[in-house]
Design a protein around this ligand. Structure first.
Ligand code: HEC
Length: 171
């Protein structure tokens, strides 16, 4: 090795050594600041403490006789929560009318005889209730339009459809 090379090597080693020292001190400073400035206040934060307790809690909770077990009560699902994504199944003629018949018969849409319109219902009534029940249940295509079977609610019982027709004719 020439003298110049040796000199370069020495200077280079010192520079690298200094950089390592600077890096280690920055690392130590960061650790120190993290521990004193960030972790310490966090450990006392009630929200963080609550969070840690929730995460480390046993997966099973046991009711203990003689102690306050109110936290174990299973809250019933509110009726409104279920009703919001599934329309309640109708149980009366009135409800069936609202859900299945009113869309057409409420305003007399698409040729449907309007509920409460005696002129429109008069000739139909004279067919007799058994026929009208039958047409409401099985559907009917007349000169005015198409009455779909059960108004489209084929999931409902015949009796409910009859009840909805009774309700509609009483309006
Ligand atoms: C999609 C629209 C529509 C819905 C929903 C609907 N109807 Fe109708 N309905 C009609 C039309 C149109 C007619 C007339 C058909 C004709 O006479 O040409 C009719 C006629 C009728 C008639 C008379 C049938 C006859 O023989 O004259 C009855 C009874 C009836 N509907 C009952 C019901 C009931 C009960 C419901 C609810 C469960 C219902 N409809 C829902 C369109 C509808």
């Amino acid at each position: 090795m020439s003298k110049q090379d040796t000199h370069f090597f020495n200077v280079f080693s010192v520079v690298i050594g200094l950089l390592v020292v600077v890096m280690l001190s920055i690392f130590a400073l960061a650790r120190h600041l993290g521990a004193t400035q960030q972790m310490a206040p966090l450990k006392g934060d009630p929200l963080v403490v609550q969070d840690v307790q929730a995460r480390t809690a046993l997966p099973v909770r046991v009711a203990v006789a003689g102690q306050d077990n109110s936290a174990l009560v299973i809250a019933p699902v509110a009726a409104t929560a279920t009703a919001s994504f599934a329309m309640a199944v109708p149980t009366t003629g009135d409800e069936v009318y609202e859900q299945a018949c009113k869309a057409c018969h409420g305003l007399g849409i698409a040729g449907a005889p309007k509920a409460g319109d005696s002129a429109a219902w008069g000739p139909r009534r004279s067919k007799g209730m058994p026929t009208l029940y039958d047409h409401a249940i099985k559907g009917f295509t007349g000169s005015d339009g198409v009455m779909p079977p059960k108004g489209g609610r084929t999931d409902l019982s015949d009796d409910l459809i009859k009840a909805s027709l009774d309700h509609m004719l009483a309006m």
